[in-house]
Structure formats: structure tokens, C-alpha cells
Design a binder for this molecule. Structure first.
Ligand code: PMP
Length: 419
């Protein structure tokens, strides 16, 4: 008998192309809903306003910490780690949360993940069934959208203004749903500090109102706050978790924006009865102990505070450069000036299509994300059922100041041909 080779695959009755002719039969429902293509990596040396990459000049030198981790801590760093994370790192994070106003943060209520996105997925695995409803802002963090969608959720979209998520509107939407006999949402997902993409920070009044509403409606709050310390202007406001009296807030944190995204270490702070269950859904043999130890060494040597000051100073100057360049090159764009974070969210005249602008910009090697990618469903009640097209998000984190000027000049040229 002749054994089929890989080249015979097409003739063999069972091959992957055949199976994929009926994706809903082959794939889990969560995968069959996903688009068939993923964006290709950008061309060489484009001007990158798209991703939340760190500015290469602020990536810390971790050589000394790595050496200690691999010598003094070898038997820890080259073994499987405890699933909730290295105990010392959990202690450090709990202390960091207490210093940030979460008075009762404890080791038992802290667990380490492979970054905030991983933590977000674990929260979804813990809480969501197909058909559950969740609340998101319109626009919302675009990477969270496919994660939520893969769990088959219904989105309730709420608008934002300069004070953040519109809590009165949410209260009304929830009352309407109750009257219509529709499900109450499981949780509200929000980025209260320097929102991605809108750049808005939620006011203290709104934070308190959101917590009061969540308490009244039996919903949890999922606070995703990676940029919290990347504040270059104004006063820090209490984290939602710091205002939480009844343990209804789960907070996601990450070292991606504090230190370096490639480390892939983040955390969840929340009620221990939820975290203990979530840990059992974490199937990775423990987050990498080597990177956890490197981070601990960095923090224990007292380098983090100085590093954060530098991060704030660098991104503050990038923000200023971006704001000036947008005003110069796209004077018709309106936007909120963020006091921190990585992004500006532009609203262009209604005739301008952000998808077309982003496509044309890519041809000139300027990469940005069109606003349409940031709407989980229809964009909310005021959009007539279709997400608005006239937005783009510009990240000022990764590009150099002169790339910011050059990129905006190219964008301005394209924009003027579209008017
Ligand atoms: N949440 C938000 C709102 C973000 O902007 C980002 C980074 N782009 C993340 C989570 C991802 O963080 P991590 O690298 O820790 O997965």
C-alpha cells in the first residue's frame, strides 16, 4: 500500500480545504465567527501610529536583572511557576495597588497573568456564556472586541463625553432593557484612565456614579487601566477599584506600559472567590517565572519610579508634538487632548471616511487604525445602526518626534485630496 505524502493532500478525501468549506461544522462557534484574515505585519520602516508599541528609547536595560534572575534564582526561574504567580511579585503588586488607593488589596486577591489581554480573556472564560450581555463604550478597545465576540456576547454600547462613560445613558438603557424583558449585563468593561482609543479620563463623579449603578443593577465592573501611570498632566483620580466598597470591581493591570510590553506580565485584582476559580482556568503552567523575577529585581532595586518619570516625560513630549502636528495638518479634525496614555482620537468631517484615509496613508507608509475598528456593534443609539466612519486613532507612543511631523504632513496631503 502506498502511504500518502503531503503532496497528495489535495486528492485525499479528507483535507483541510474540504473541511473548511463548512467552517461552522469544523470550527468551534467562537472561531467560525472570526474573520479569515489577520492584518499583515507592516512594511519595513513605516511611520507607525497604529499600535500601542512602546517608544524604543524608553525600553529599560534589564541585563543586570536578567543575570541575577538566571544565577541567584536559577532554580526558581527555570522551573514551572506557581499558577497564581510568584508569591513575591503578587505581594509587590498588592502593595502597589494599596499605594494606589486600594486599601484592602491583598496577595490572595491578586493573580499574575501573561499581560492584561490574557487576563481579559480569563475573566471572559470565568463569567460569560453565549448570549450574555456586556456593556462597552462606543468606541472601545479594539483588541478586546474579538475576545468578547468569541464568547458570543451581546454588546450594549454606551457613549462617552469628556467625563468618560455616560452613566445616565447607561442607566436609561438598562431600564429600557428591563422593561423589554431583556437580560441584564454581566459586566461593564471600561478603560477609565486615558481611554483607548478616545484618550478621555473618567471624572471622579462618573466613577462614583458607575459604581453606584453597578451595585444597584448587580453588575460587575471590569476596569482595564494599563495607562494609569502614564499621566503627564493633571492629578491622578481614584481607580474604580479604590472606590469599590462591595467587591464588584475586577481590575486588570500590566507591566506592558510600566516597563515593556514584550515581558508579557500583567495581573488581575479582584474578589478571591472569583480569582480562585479563574486560576483553575489558567492553562499555561504558570506565567513565565524568569520575566516575573526580572520585574521583581527591577522594582526591588527601586528603578521603577525613576523609569515611570522618564516614561511620563517622553510620552508627554510626543503628545505635544502630535497635538501641534494635527492642528497644523488636519485643522478640521476635532479631538480631546489626553492628559496621559498613548492615543489621540480624531473626529473628522462626516464626509471623510477613516477607512479610506488609513488605506491611502498605508500606501505612503504611514500606518494608523481607522475608527470603524473600535466599535463593537453599531456604535450606539445615536448612529442610526451603523458605526460612524469619520474617526481615526493616532498612537503617539512609538514614532519619534520627527516621524510624527513627517507622518502628519503625509496625512495632511492625503486628507486635502479627500475633502
Ligand atoms: N487594555 C488596553 C486598553 C490596552 O490599550 C492594552 C494595550 N494596547 C492592553 C489592554 C494590553 O495589555 P497587555 O500588553 O498587558 O496585554
Amino acid at each position: 500500500m502506498q502511504i500518502p505524502t503531503v503532496n497528495d493532500r489535495k486528492e485525499h478525501p479528507l483535507n483541510i480545504e474540504k473541511l473548511l468549506e463548512n467552517p461552522e461544522k469544523l470550527l468551534a462557534r467562537r472561531a467560525s465567527r472570526l474573520p479569515l484574515t489577520v492584518a499583515p505585519p507592516p512594511a519595513d520602516h513605516p511611520i507607525s501610529f497604529d499600535s500601542g508599541h512602546a517608544f524604543p528609547g524608553v525600553l529599560p536595560d534589564l541585563t543586570a536583572e536578567a543575570e541575577i534572575a538566571l544565577t541567584a534564582h536559577r532554580s526558581e526561574t527555570l522551573q514551572y511557576a506557581p499558577r497564581p504567580g510568584l508569591p513575591e511579585l503578587r505581594e509587590w503588586i498588592a502593595d502597589y495597588m494599596r499605594r494606589d488607593g486600594v486599601a484592602n488589596a491583598s496577595v490572595e486577591e491578586t493573580f499574575v497573568s501573561n499581560g492584561a489581554k490574557h487576563a481579559l480573556e480569563l475573566v471572559c472564560r470565568l463569567l460569560l456564556e453565549e448570549g450574555d450581555a456586556i456593556v462597552v463604550t462606543a468606541p472601545t478597545y479594539f483588541t478586546a472586541i474579538p475576545i468578547f465576540k468569541s464568547f458570543g456576547v451581546e454588546f450594549i454600547e454606551v457613549s462617552q463625553d469628556v467625563e468618560g462613560l455616560n452613566v445616565d445613558e447607561l442607566e436609561q438603557l438598562l431600564a429600557e432593557r428591563r422593561r423589554a424583558g431583556l437580560r441584564a449585563p454581566k459586566f461593564v468593561y471600561d478603560v477609565p484612565d486615558f481611554h483607548n482609543p478616545s484618550g478621555v479620563t473618567m471624572s471622579r463623579e462618573r466613577r462614583e456614579a458607575l459604581i453606584a449603578l453597578a451595585e444597584k443593577c448587580n453588575m460587575l465592573i471590569l476596569e482595564d487601566s494599563p495607562y494609569r501611570k502614564v499621566r503627564f498632566q493633571g492629578e491622578s483620580l481614584p481607580a474604580l477599584k479604590a472606590l469599590d466598597r462591595n467587591d464588584i470591581v475586577l481590575t486588570l493591570g500590566t507591566f506592558s506600559k510600566l516597563l515593556a510590553p514584550g515581558l508579557r506580565v500583567g495581573w488581575v485584582s479582584g474578589p478571591r472567590d472569583l480569582l480562585n476559580r479563574m486560576i483553575q482556568l489558567k492553562s499555561d503552567g504558570g506565567s513565565c517565572p524568569l520575566t516575573q523575577r526580572i520585574i521583581l529585581e527591577f522594582c526591588n532595586r527601586g528603578r521603577l519610579d525613576t523609569h515611570i518619570e522618564r516614561v511620563q516625560q517622553v510620552y508627554g513630549s510626543h503628545r505635544d508634538r502630535m497635538v501641534a502636528a494635527v492642528r497644523r495638518e488636519l485643522p478640521e479634525a476635532s479631538f480631546h487632548i489626553p492628559q496621559g496614555g498613548y492615543y489621540v482620537w480624531l473626529t473628522l468631517p462626516e464626509t471623510i471616511d477613516g477607512d479610506v484615509l488609513a488605506k491611502s496613508a498605508a500606501q505612503k507608509e504611514v500606518i494608523l487604525i481607522p475608527g470603524s475598528k473600535f466599535f463593537a456593534a453599531t456604535g450606539g443609539s445615536s448612529t442610526g445602526g451603523k458605526p460612524p466612519k469619520n474617526h481615526v486613532r493616532l498612537a503617539f507612543s512609538h514614532a519619534t518626534p520627527s516621524e510624527i511631523d513627517e507622518g502628519l504632513q503625509r496625512l495632511g496631503q492625503i486628507y486635502r485630496t479627500m475633502r
